[in-house]
Every structure is written in C-alpha cells, then in structure tokens.
Design a protein around this ligand. Structure first.
Ligand code: KIV
Length: 263
C-alpha cells in the first residue's frame, strides 16, 4: 500500500498524484481498480450522496460509516477521511479524539482538514499522535459563511502571499500534503514551489503535484452542470437512465424475463 513517503517521493520525481473521492464499497472498488493513488471520503458526500445544499451538516458518524464502506471496497488503497465542520474547531482534545476515530473505527490512513494558520495547533496535535494530516486551503467549503460564498481565492498578490504563508505554516505543523481549491494557477504554482510537501489541486490549474476530483463529477453522474474546472470522463448518468428505461420497457412488453433468465 502507498504511504506518505510514496507521495513525497512522487513529488520529487515529478510523478503526478491522483486523488478521487468515493463514498461506498463499489465506488472504492472502481477507484482501486483504476489505480487511483488516494481515495478521499470527502464531506462532499453531503451534496453527492445526501442531496444536501452544502457540506456543513455532515457528521463524524457519517464519515466513519462511509469510510468503513470505502475501506471494505479498497483494501489496498491509501484512504483519507475528511474531518467534518465542527469536528475539530472546538478544541485540540476533541479534534484528536475525532481524528482517532476515523483511523481506529474505520481504517482511514489519514485525515483531511480545511483551514489555515488558525488550526496549526490542531494539526500539530493530530500528527503528534501519529495520524497523518492533509491540509486544505484556498476555497474551503466549510467556511462559506465567513468567506461569503464559493469564491475563487488568491487573485491578488497579497492573497497569494497569504496562501504561501499558510501553506508553509501548515507544512511546519506536520501536514504531509495540501489540497489547494479554486485559485488561479499562478497562485497554486507559488504554493507548490514554496513547500516541500505535495500539493493537490482542485480548480487550481496545471502546476500542482496532483489533482483531485469528486467521483460523481468525473464520471458524469449528477444532473447539475459541473463547475468549469471539472473534466467529465464519462456520462454514466445517461447510461444508467437508458439502462433502467430499457428494463422498464422490457417488463411492460413482456420481454424480460425471457427463457434465458429463468431457473
Ligand atoms: O469533500 C471533498 O470532496 C473535498 C475535495 C473536493 C477536495 O474536500
């Protein structure tokens, strides 16, 4: 199984790192079979699986449950649990307790945490206990209320400086990787050059050390139009609708089951 040293080696060798979200057994099997480097049980499960407006309502119990399903489907993959909103902000003790649950109860190899220098002490505590941490800066969906919505970050030089400073501090605190979300590629490039740890982009251009996409976006499962930065690699929603419509027609017309389908 890959580990944090594999990813650091990949950055040094300029070998791009792939990460995809997955939330259940079959998605995890598919990601592992495709050879994806890291599977993230993202709090995006709120929107992709639960049909909610945003990621804020996701609970620790839900991430534990979905991490268990993913671990069962991807026994040999490096899997990462997203720490939900308010599971790490209250105090270091609670943050460590929750991070530990993802590892002990559901087999996660690491956790991901949204936040900048304000959560440095939490990252120190969690990594100090032996739990690898991926930081997440730029657009942080858990901060939509304080950021005033889903806005691209790092457009101004002063914002880029802040992103670079935050990334360096998070690296110092012990993070082994940083997700950079929704920023111009010159901003992501500045961060990528400043830190030694790998950077993984989502809507952050071409220069990061790897890329992450949400499973449902990548395979075209959603009815909504994906954000501009997404590349849809398939249109599985249409394929599934066609399959189920054909099943319906076959039943209505007494074509299914046929003599091939009976005991
Ligand atoms: O929850 C999620 O899916 C994420 C990725 C978009 C990085 O945080």
């Amino acid at each position: 199984m890959k580990n944090i040293n594999t990813f650091s080696r990949m950055k040094s060798d300029k070998e791009k790192i792939t990460m995809i979200t997955a939330y259940d057994f079959v998605q995890a099997q598919i990601a592992e079979e495709a050879g994806i480097d890291i599977i993230l049980i993202g709090d995006s499960l709120a929107t992709t699986i639960q049909g909610k407006e945003n990621t804020l309502p996701v609970t620790v119990e839900e991430i534990i449950y979905h991490t268990e399903l993913v671990r069962r489907g991807a026994k040999n993959s490096f899997i990462v649990s997203d720490m939900p909103f308010m599971s790490y902000q209250i105090d270091e003790k609670e943050a460590l307790k929750n991070a530990g649950r993802f590892v002990k109860e559901s087999g996660a190899n690491a956790v991901k945490i949204e936040g900048g220098i304000n959560i440095k002490h939490i990252i120190e505590k969690i990594t100090g206990a032996g739990i690898p941490v991926i930081s997440h800066i730029g657009l942080m969906p858990q901060f939509i209320n304080t950021m005033g919505g889903y806005k691209v970050q790092g457009r101004l030089e002063s914002e880029i400086e802040k992103l670079v400073f935050a990334a360096l501090e998070l690296e110092k605190a012990g993070s082994f990787m940083i997700v950079l979300e929704a920023m111009p590629e010159n901003a992501a490039d500045a961060v990528q050059r400043a830190v030694k740890i790998p950077t993984i982009g989502i809507g952050a251009g071409r220069y990061t050390d790897g890329q992450v996409l949400v499973f449902h976006d990548a395979v075209g499962m959603l009815s909504s139009k994906p954000p501009k930065f997404v590349k849809k690699y398939a249109e599985t929603r249409n394929i599934m609708i066609k399959a189920l419509s054909e099943f319906k027609e076959d039943v209505k017309n007494n074509i299914f089951p046929s003599s091939d389908n009976i005991y």
